[in-house]
Design a binder for this molecule. Sequence first.
Ligand code: LIP
Length: 276
Amino acid sequence: MIITQQDAEVVIAVALDAAGLVQRMRRSGGLEVKSKSNDIDLVTAADVACEHFIREALAARFPAVGLLGEESNRAPTEEYFWVVDPIDGTTNYANNLPHCAVNIALQHQEETLLGVTVHLAMDWVYYARRGAGAFVRQPNGSEERLHVNQADRLRRALLTTGFPSTRGEVADDNTAEFTYFVQHASDVRVLGSAALDLAFVAAGISAGYWEFGINPWDVAPGALLVREAGGLVTDYEGAPWTLYGRRLVASNGQPGLHDALLGGIRTARQTLLAAD
Ligand code: LIP
């Protein structure tokens, strides 16, 4: 299956329409915020409505393609399937913090062919087709190619990360790694959306992102954005990240930085294990 720019435009239009639906639901109130795995793992009526909208819209145009969505979470059986996070950054959305995204990726088994991330509040469209570069499109239609930045050491690197919903329940909740990088990097931000964390690495805004406990729908589009922008996406041991990998390190690809990210994670996790 060849993904043309015309196909990408169809998916971008679906993602923008979904973002509009979510924003309208936000303004109308009645988000019906519920808990999932625990009381900080949230889902809203907008998450469910948005995923249903995306499923229907994509099925109408691409009927043979399956779909793996955060809220339905049914394993796809089709060779080609969409991976969808209707609202990445649900906690931000539920608290009216305008930093969340609609995330859609097209997979050929574990290979991502197309990634689309729409910043819900700004309508910034980050997208990439495999082998065709990564781009950001403004609401006025202007577009620019994305390139990672050149920070080559931790002290020059602005990093982002996120914490698993098990934070505070278990010792292994990314606080050891966070403490290490707060002390060794230029700075660390916790923005609440893995999708936008990765888009910002691709855009050269931040130099790196790491997180564990992530799901394919959080990161599949963003991993392609980073790779197409010249960055590197691995697991915690430095092997290429793959779709169902739960541990991810993304960077601008500067060897001095990516190795320092992997080394910092290793050092922090050794202190964690020593404390056991
Ligand atoms: C979120 C991720 C974020 C992570 C949160 C949550 P959701 O996705 O984007 O990076 O730290 O725990 O998983 O659940 O809002 O789609």
